[in-house]
Design a protein around this ligand. Structure first.
Ligand code: NI
Ligand code: MN
Length: 226
């Protein structure tokens, strides 16, 4: 399977048949790639998975879902809200729950963060997620503080890859992100996200150096194969 970083917190996971787009904030994202096939206008996911309702995660979800018919997988209140905007295929879930899908499954995990849209409208709890795709398990922590139960997430889901925010201010910074990965213990690598998009979350990413596994610091538009 292939993991492509689309800048900020957006990732595109593909196994050839299924294409899962996570937190597609592309329009207005200053580091989103302009590569054909990876833009808001032409990306073609089968599924869109959302961690929470903030604009830098909800992003282009509604427009892409309407254009492609992709199924949106979202925490309950956020998914209900998206339904009111005319998106037809929605799978609702919540922290701790797993949803069986055509590509495998998606399990929502807890995250320590808020979730709102539309000038503060409550969008339920913020979540992370573990995506089972192409025989691999990818844990995207969402926007979150460090919490010790990341070790339990690592134990329960044994992820191959952990994607963690390191931009500080709103989420973990590089040091806490490193500790997070050491709790999760992914078997292949860690990918940092949610940093260097704008000045307020610009950090020295060289400080992200977990002991548990190697780091794959993908640049926006770059991919890695598993
Ligand atoms: Ni957020
Ligand atoms: Mn965010």
């Amino acid at each position: 399977m292939k993991i492509t970083f689309l800048g900020h917190s957006a990732f595109y996971l593909t196994d050839g048949d299924h294409r899962v787009l996570i937190d597609p904030f592309l329009t207005g994202n200053p580091v989103a790639p302009s590569t054909p096939g990876l833009t808001a206008a032409d990306i073609n996911p089968t599924h869109i998975a959302l961690t929470h309702g903030h604009d830098d995660h909800l992003g282009d979800t509604v427009a892409i879902a309407k254009r492609t018919g992709a199924t949106v997988i979202a925490p309950f209140e956020l998914g209900e809200y998206i339904g009111t905007l005319g998106v037809e295929n929605i799978e609702l879930g919540g922290s701790g729950g797993c949803i069986k899908l055509s590509f495998g499954c998606l399990c929502f995990t807890q995250a320590f963060h808020s979730s709102s849209t539309d000038n503060g409208r409550y969008m339920g709890p913020a979540c992370g997620m573990v995506v089972y795709l192409g025989g691999h398990r990818i844990y995207h922590a969402g926007d979150t503080a460090l919490f010790s139960d990341m070790a339990l997430i690592g134990e329960l889901y044994t992820p191959h890859v952990a994607i963690v925010p390191i931009g500080d201010r709103f989420t973990m910074g590089p040091m806490h992100g490193s500790k997070a990965v050491d709790l999760i213990k992914p078997s292949v690598c860690a990918i940092p996200c949610h940093y260097n998009t704008w000045p307020p979350i610009t950090v020295d990413a060289s400080q992200f150096k977990p002991a548990a596994c190697k780091v794959e610091a993908l640049k926006p538009g770059e991919s890695m194969e598993l």
